[in-house]
Design a protein around this ligand. Structure first.
Ligand code: SAM
Length: 254
């Protein structure tokens, strides 16, 4: 018998019944996300993004819970909104927010992608809202907000004060003690990060703190050691696979 098969047989005997190979050891949220990844009607680009996003592990890191109300800031085409939909489950609600300005980018492609995945009530717990952050109708009603791969856009285009204002609107929406989950393409100093669409991690941490959040943890779960941070996030071979940081921060309870 082949050595690999023998090893696998020995190994699988040592694992208790309900092992991960049968998918039974996965919790209900992991199973829902796994099913969502295979569901019909996802956006055509989602599947290219999956390996670089590690959706279940990322939701776990952000501490997403079933039955909660979450906000996807600058949802873009809605990759995170779709994963959040599965993560919070039927008893949860996902608000997917795009600013008016975002809906005009790339000839409205992101707006169309977002609307496309919601057709025929495909994600019944997702509410798509086109609204600027300062006009969001949330006051301390959101359990968790995700701001994915977009802080660099706001920072490089509109500056530090505007980025803090953006974060402050997220803070206004969150319940006391609510969570901010953030992802960003890693940039290093001395590079033209505006051109590369990246941001230094020290700047991310600084802005989050200046907006009054308390950072709990950062993670290199979506790290890529092959990314030397000198190329654009759109460079061949790097797109969807950049070195990224994840950050989880909390709005203070008092
Ligand atoms: C990579 S997408 C991220 C979308 C989504 N959050 C995600 O994680 O998939 C970045 C988003 O930033 C938007 N964007 C580009 N420039 C911007 C700017 N100056 N201000 C705000 N958003 C901008 C794009 O339209 C796009 O929706």
């Amino acid at each position: 018998m082949n050595k690999q098969i023998i090893t696998w047989l020995i190994f699988s005997c040592l694992i208790p019944a309900g092992n991960i190979f049968a998918g039974e050891q996965l919790g209900p949220m992991a199973v829902r996300i796994q099913q969502q990844l295979k569901s019909d009607g996802r956006d055509q680009y989602d599947v290219l993004k999956d390996p670089g996003r590690k959706p279940f592990e990322t939701m776990q890191f952000f501490n997403v819970k079933a039955g909660t109300t979450v906000l996807d800031m600058t949802a873009g085409g809605g990759y995170n909104a779709e994963i959040l939909s599965a993560a919070v489950g039927a008893d949860g609600v996902v608000y997917a927010q795009n600013s008016h300005f975002v809906t005009t980018l790339i000839k409205g492609a992101l707006h169309k992608a977002m609307r496309g995945r919601l057709e025929n009530n495909r994600l019944p717990n997702v509410r798509y809202i086109v609204v600027d952050p300062e006009d969001m109708p949330f006051d301390e009603s959101i359990d968790l907000a995700i701001w994915g791969l977009n802080m660099h856009d706001v920072y490089h285009r509109d500056g530090e004060a505007a980025t803090i204002r953006f974060l402050n609107q997220i803070k206004r929406a969150l319940k006391p003690g609510g969570i901010l989950g953030l992802s960003e393409h890693v940039g290093i100093s001395d590079n033209n990060n505006a051109e590369l669409h990246r941001l230094e991690t020290s700047i991310v941490l600084d802005l989050v703190e200046k907006a009054g959040f308390v950072t709990e943890e950062t993670s290199d779960l979506l790290g890529n050691p092959d990314d030397d941070h000198t190329k654009s996030i759109y460079a061949e071979g790097l797109r969807y696979a950049t070195d990224r940081i994840l950050l989880r921060a909390r709005k203070p309870s008092n």
